[in-house]
Write a new protein. Structure first.
Length: 263
């Protein structure tokens, strides 16, 4: 499996991805916003785009569909529950569906609600597992729930699905928010040395060369994967005394998400 990350260089800091078969050069583009950039990248690498995957219906993940389809004839794939809002979807996806790219790439569909009600992540298994996670999991952060989502559902997606993937899983999110999210981690957990080191590294990179994290790293510096951490809970209690001495993980997650909304 070949993966090319394409930086959109926009205010929303979007990433697009090309996932290609090393044997046939067929490629799937994830969340095209800037169609021209996606088409140019495919051409530069000798890839033929045959499929588009929208992780969810927000326009910054779908606006390039029409131009990519016009240029390539690609089929559009999306969560079956989001297909009506996106329009032009050729294949509605459900949990467990397999998306094939060329001869060598197989991606498993995860149904991952929270940022929106109908959101999919694609998971590549094998020696180099990889997760294309849209606006669900970010580097050192979690997606917001302003545009039709629900923080309780996002919590369940994190705990029941994402946190259980192998630590070696590479994380390919829909936006570049690493430094900002790490600063939030340090605000919540000032003693987190992994976050401090990662923040120095993030600030030394331009977004287009931001490093790709693994889930194992995320567990060390992503507040939303550290719900049992005593420092995080103690500082959260300073802010929300009503959570008591032993808040459950769902309460910790939802309160962290609430804090992050205005941080
Ligand atoms: Zn979104
Ligand atoms: Zn987005």
């Amino acid at each position: 499996m070949l993966v090319e990350r394409i930086w959109a260089a926009n205010d929303l800091r979007n990433f697009h991805y090309l996932i290609a078969c090393s044997q046939t050069g067929e490629a799937l583009v994830v969340d095209p916003l800037d169609a021209r950039l996606c088409l140019e990248a495919a051409r530069a690498h000798g890839f033929t785009i045959t499929q588009i995957l929208n992780t969810h219906e927000h326009l910054d993940h779908t606006a390039g569909n029409a131009d990519v389809v016009a240029a390539t004839g690609a089929k559009v794939l999306a969560h079956a529950g989001a297909a009506g809002r996106i329009g032009g979807v050729d294949r509605g996806l459900a949990r467990g569906d397999i998306v094939k790219v060329g001869r060598t790439v197989e991606l498993e569909t995860l149904d991952t609600p929270g940022h929106t009600r109908s959101h999919v992540c694609l998971l590549a298994h094998g020696d180099a597992p990889a997760l294309f996670c849209g606006d669900t999991l970010f580097n050192a952060g979690a997606g917001n729930c302003h545009g039709g989502g629900d923080p309780g559902l996002l919590y369940e997606t994190f705990v029941d699905q994402l946190a259980r993937l192998p630590d070696a899983t590479r994380v390919y999110p829909g936006h570049e928010y690493m430094a900002r999210n790490l600063a939030f981690t340090l605000d919540r957990e000032p003693g987190n040395t992994a976050a401090a080191q990662a923040l120095a590294g993030a600030r030394a990179h331009k977004p287009e060369t931001a490093r790709i994290t693994t889930l194992g790293e995320e567990k060390r510096f992503n507040t939303f994967l550290r719900l049992a951490n005593p420092e995080i809970i103690a500082r959260l209690r300073d802010r929300f005394p009503e959570i008591g001495e032993n808040p459950d993980a769902r309460t910790v997650f939802v309160k962290l998400r609430e804090l992050r909304n205005s941080w």
